[in-house]
Write a protein that binds this ligand. Structure first.
Ligand SMILES: *[C@@H]1O[C@H](CO)[C@@H](O)[C@H](O)[C@H]1NC(C)=O
Length: 256
């Protein structure tokens, strides 16, 4: 039986099997379903009615924008004028269409929820079976440092060779769909024991990210954000700092 208890910062902290509270690894996790629809799930996967309401609003706006963009309604009206004499109008049963649409929508959202659930469970398990190690040494793929070499031509620490390939499904960005990688804001030490332990234990999510993507190809970015400040992102990408060489993005400050 897994139990949960409040951490001293007011987040939800996770306890281990014996019921002991461990405030150290407080996890937030989420998964991005499309560019603007996001789910955030706390440890117990309890989702408030307000949150659902908010999704509905966001989702509604998105669909309106999408249908305007992709249905080509304007173009269709113009084209129709050209062929008016040749076409015959067939009436469609609106109610049935709506029903079918609703079913498809439900199925799609169901798939997304399953993806979130799989991720949440994998993260919980990984955390549960990971013993915190203060002196852990672990080289993770840092999205800022990958494919970077020093003056001597050697890969920099926390970098390494990380193949990237442009992918249509991800806004034509060069990505690695076989691996996630980790972003850490500049003001967080990227070898802090909290970061190293979190990066190490969340390696287990790689296979879940890939499995989710295979099961639901409409899925786009999947993220795991930790309250320690690291952000695991699938597919892996190269992160570009701002013009001052600084990465300000901090997953903890996002209004997910
Ligand atoms: C902690 O990590 C260090 C470095 O990776 C390792 O040598 C040590 O055995 C680990 N300690 C435990 C208790 O696993």
């Amino acid at each position: 039986m897994k139990r949960w208890c409040g951490g001293n910062t007011g987040h939800v902290a996770k306890s281990d099997r014996s019921g002991l509270c461990r405030g150290r690894l407080m996890m937030l996790m989420w998964i991005i379903l499309s560019s603007s629809l996001s789910l955030m799930v706390d440890g117990q996967m309890k989702i408030s009615p307000e949150m659902v309401q908010q999704w509905a609003v966001t989702f509604g706006k998105e669909i309106a924008a999408m249908s305007a963009r992709y249905s080509g309604a304007k173009l269709l009206q113009k084209k129709y004028k050209d062929v008016e004499g040749m076409v015959k109008i067939e009436e469609l049963k609106g109610e049935e269409l709506v029903k079918k649409f609703a079913e498809e929508m439900e199925e799609m959202l169901g798939r997304k929820m399953k993806s979130v659930k799989r991720l949440a469970e994998a993260a919980e398990d990984a955390d549960l079976y990971h013993d915190y190690n203060d002196t852990l040494e672990f080289d993770y793929f840092n999205s800022l440092l990958i494919n970077t070499v020093d003056e001597g031509g050697n890969q920099v620490p926390l970098g390494g060779e990380f193949p990237l390939e442009e992918n249509e499904h991800f806004n034509n960005l060069p990505v690695n769909t076989l691996l996630s990688n980790i972003q850490v804001p500049t003001n967080v030490y990227n070898r802090d024991p909290d970061i190293l332990n979190g990066a190490f234990m969340s390696e287990a999510l790689n296979e879940v990210f890939i499995e989710n993507f295979q099961k639901d190809p409409t899925l786009t970015w999947q993220y795991f954000g930790s309250s320690t400040g690291f952000f695991r992102l699938y597919p892996g990408i190269q992160w570009t700092p701002d013009e001052h060489g600084v990465v300000t993005f901090d997953c903890r400050n996002r209004n997910w």
